[in-house]
Design a binder for this molecule. Sequence first.
Ligand code: SF4
Length: 148
Amino acid sequence: MTRPAGRGAAAASHDGRFRYKLNAMPFVITDPCIGTKDSACVDVCPVDCIHPRKDEPEFEQASMLYIHPEECIDCGACVPACPVAAIYDSPESTPASQKHLIEANAVYRAGDADAVARAEALVKQHAAEHADLMAIAPAERAAAHGKS
Ligand code: SF4
């Protein structure tokens, strides 16, 4: 069986940072995953594009899980699997309050220490700028996304 290609459009710019065309990015994990990392999404993803998995060394330190934008095939299986409604089906449908986490999903690469550090720094920036959301229990956070 031929594996469908994802629709991510990534490119490294002159400063080494990843740049993404937002209209080419797929599903996005957002802040209800911070402190949750349930991994039910990992179990249902048919192309193993959600990381870190529990068996990867970055799992314990990771603040949340991330979807690889080039490998995601937009199947949607992860959305109902997530117990805290953390996953949106595109950057366009992701609330503005989650913009740093759109980029964090875009840059995270399991096994790449620099990419992991960049993604985690974006998560910390998000948490610092949205203390209101972080003060809400993860399962209730998505309901507040549009208000922050
Ligand atoms: Fe994996 Fe499908 Fe979710 Fe993409 S939409 S992260 S392929 S389960």
